[in-house]
Design a protein around this ligand. Structure first.
Ligand code: SF4
Length: 431
């Protein structure tokens, strides 16, 4: 409870602000213990507004990401400040002081009668209407925040990447899929991935069956495909230098990819059946959709291999990826498996091809169905997809919790809006 002297000083500043409009008095108000705003939050906003020049506007815009209780306190401060601002200009000094005290729910020892009115949570002022009559203004307390409700039922299709987002961070799913919040405009990493996928899609249109005899032609063609695909995605790179560097990186990686194709062809000849193949699956009435980067047919067994290109960080071994599947952290390859199985294919392997590092040979992560990855794990993954999609379609989730894993926040596009994200991981320094 603020002391009488603090209350008096706060009201003095409020009166001066009301009379002069000088922002300096408003900044003193929010830093005061009478403001209802925690001191560190008030000081932070006062510092920010000292630079930008408009405290109330800065709060309206949510310029500081705050946890809900602190955010509510600054919003309440704004409402009260605006009520004071709206008071008639010709109020006598005593009436103005009492109105300010009432608005900020402050007790002035010398004004018991007015305080009784504060306890009833409103103040009534007599205001001249200019025609000799008087009207009454009631200053009401702010309404209580609305009770949280569930988000609307999810009525669109599902995808493995949406479920991956949900299991990584439910709050991220909420921002991206339920709110359709504005995403970041993309990065050079995403432009690199888009261009590389496009280049390989074109390349395999010309070379569905890698053969050693075509080595030189394959090398030349993949170079052309990379050049063309990156030109088409040039706008995704911020600077010309960045663009040139990423093209060189892609050209080196593409040559290593050709090396791997030819080695693979010697080991187990295959044919590329499809590129960017649509994958559709009905799971208990829920439609799942996606696209498979490449679909291969093993020429010896006739079985099908599902291939996913990865230009970002991925599991470094089959065991690591299988563990992610078992822990329901990744649904991509299980979804492709079930989609192609439902389409009538006999899927024998699921492959991730890392295309991130131009300095390393291409070493795919290969999951042989029934051996490296067990059918039971694929079945459990399928059941989990049904469970999660049913939950997300129910419209009954009342709270989407932020992740506890700070690493998931590192590249999250919603960091600024996300008030409850976990504290950042400690910085690591090399010796
Ligand atoms: S910042 Fe972190 S907690 Fe917040 S939505 Fe993104 S990943 Fe989730």
């Amino acid at each position: 409870m603020p002391e009488a002297a603090q209350v008096r000083s706060f009201i003095d500043d409020a009166v001066r602000w009301r009379r002069t409009g000088d922002e300096a008095f408003l900044l003193r108000l929010i830093r005061s213990s009478c403001s209802g705003v925690p001191h560190d939050v008030g000081a932070a906003y006062a510092t920010l507004a000292g630079r930008t020049g408009d405290l109330l506007d800065a709060i309206d815009r949510g310029r500081l990401a705050l946890p809900p209780p602190e955010r509510d306190s600054v919003l309440l401060f704004v409402r009260r400040a605006r009520l004071v601002c709206a008071l008639p200009e010709d109020l006598p000094e005593d009436t103005l002081r009492n109105a300010i005290a009432s608005t900020f729910v402050l007790r002035q020892a010398q004004d018991d009668k007015r305080q009784a009115q504060d306890d009833r949570e409103y103040v009534t002022l007599s205001v001249s209407k200019g025609d000799g009559r008087e009207k009454e203004i009631e200053l009401a307390e702010p309404v209580e925040p609305e009770e949280a409700g569930g988000v609307p039922r999810w009525q669109k299709h599902f995808s493995a990447s949406a479920l991956n987002a949900y299991t990584e961070c439910a709050r991220k799913w909420f921002y991206r899929y339920a709110c359709a919040a504005v995403e970041d405009p993309g990065s050079s990493a995403s432009a690199y991935g888009t261009a590389f996928h496009l280049a390989l899609e074109d390349f395999h249109g010309d070379f569905p069956r890698p053969r050693g005899a075509d080595r030189l032609a394959m090398r030349n063609r993949v170079r052309e495909c990379v050049t063309w695909a990156f030109e088409r995605n040039r706008d995704g790179f911020e600077t010309r230098v960045e663009f040139e560097l990423q093209v060189r990186r892609a050209q080196r990686t593409a040559q290593r990819y050709v090396d791997w194709l030819l080695a693979q062809e010697l080991e187990a000849p295959f044919e590329v059946l499809g590129r960017e193949v649509s994958a559709e699956l009905d799971l208990d009435g829920r439609a799942f959709v996606g696209f498979i980067d490449r679909l291969d047919r093993d020429e010896r067994t006739g079985t099908v291999g599902v291939v996913d290109y990865k230009t970002g960080s991925i599991a470094t071994s089959a065991a690591e990826y299988c563990e992610k599947v078992r822990r329901f952290r990744d649904f991509q390859l299980p979804f492709y498996y079930w989609a192609r199985t439902a389409a009538g294919d006999r899927v024998s392997k699921l492959v991730l091809i890392p295309l991130k590092d131009a300095l390393l040979d291409v070493r795919p992560v290969v999951l042989e169905v029934g051996k490296t990855i067990k059918l039971d794990d694929l079945e459990r993954s399928r059941e989990k997809m049904i469970e999660l999609s049913t939950l997300l379609a129910s419209g009954e989730i009342r709270r989407f919790e932020p992740t506890k894993n700070a690493a998931a926040c590192t590249y999250c596009a919603y960091q600024t809006a996300c008030a409850n994200k976990p504290p950042a991981e400690a910085q690591r320094f090399g010796s």
